[in-house]
Write a protein that binds this ligand. Structure first.
Ligand code: BV8
Length: 257
């Protein structure tokens, strides 16, 4: 694997052969993580805990067990995150991916994120592997529920609303650790990884399975795998690592295609 390419000051160091791969790609899979929303002011998953939440580990809050143990704490954490997303705007990374999708036609976006910033930037048919902050459902009967009005203060503890049909507690419409991913979303993402010829991995630490296996599936069948992140990944098994912020690199790449 070639050394990471420092793109923090622009793409001058980009090898022409990489640009050719990007220009010639027939079918593009883009896998995004929390880093693509970082420049919209949304704390990444492993930073998603400041202020009131600083003393919690996200993986301890993002579980059904944590919700059963303390529904108010878990629901309040998600409402705090949902308020952040509603107050945020898509950033140049989201917009560049939406533009690329419109121009290319055979680019599919698979995200681990639970925000709707890709859609608000104009991306279509986004595959959400880990659900959405905007789609609560009943914890007991799984009926979809309307998202309630947000609490006054971003750090206010609020109780989850009750399901009008069965009286169960509302839960966030996200996939918690230990829960299965939506079967259709995972199957679509897997099929894309098995047939794409370019896989862009943007803003993810690659720690969470099964999403983290998708780039390896793409590489296995011969796709070119390009990672975009300010931090290099020592265990990255793809072809190119571009070091820098997605909000700078993606628009600059798009200009060169
Ligand atoms: C499953 C939704 C099986 C919730 C998330 C023991 C028990 C059970 C399961 C397991 C276990 N051990 C392992 C597992 C599997 C487990 C797992 O992978 N655990 C990990 C921690 C080891 N996976 C699961 O549990 C999955 N389910 O396996 O089910 C099953 C099967 C059948 C039937 C029943 C069960 C479910 C995983 C989904 C968990 N839910 N999110 C919520 O959001 O609260 S995952 C959560 O972390 C996020 O959604 C995100 O998807 C994921 C990874 O985070 P990242 O997006 O990568 O964010 P992170 O902060 O880590 O990194 C940000 C990156 O951005 C960094 O690299 C940073 O440098 C970069 N960055 C920063 N700024 C920028 C930038 N990049 C570009 N530009 C910038 N400006």
């Amino acid at each position: 694997m070639p050394n990471p390419i420092d793109c923090r000051d622009g793409l001058a160091a980009l090898p022409p052969v990489l640009l050719e791969h990007l220009r010639q790609a027939d079918e593009v899979l883009v896998l995004t993580g929390a880093g693509v929303s970082a420049e919209s002011g949304i704390a990444t998953f492993r930073e998603a805990l400041n202020g009131l939440w600083a003393r919690f580990d996200p993986a301890q809050l993002a579980t059904a067990e944590a919700f059963v143990e303390d529904p108010v704490r878990v629901w309040s954490w998600y409402e705090w995150r949902r308020a952040q997303v509603l107050a945020a705007q898509p950033n140049p990374a989201h917009r560049a991916l939406a533009d690329w999708g419109r121009q290319h036609g055979r680019l599919r976006l698979v995200t681990q994120n639970v925000d709707d910033l890709h859609e608000r930037a104009g991306s279509r048919e986004v595959i959400h592997l880990h659900g959405s902050l905007h789609a609560p459902r009943c914890f007991a009967c799984a009926r979809p529920l309307a998202a309630p009005a947000l609490p006054e203060s971003a750090e206010q503890l609020v109780a989850p609303p009750l399901c009008p049909a069965c009286g169960g507690l509302a839960r966030p419409g996200v996939v918690w650790f230990g829960e299965a991913l939506p079967a259709e979303a995972l199957a679509s993402a897997w099929a894309l990884a098995e047939r794409c010829d370019l896989c862009l991995v943007v803003g993810t630490s690659g720690l969470v399975q099964p999403a983290a296996s998708l780039p390896g599936v793409a590489r296995q069948q011969g796709a070119t795998v390009v990672r975009i992140d300010p931090q290099p990944a020592a265990d990255f098994k793809g072809d190119w690592q571009l070091l820098g912020a997605a909000g700078m690199i993606l628009p600059a790449l798009l200009e060169r295609l």
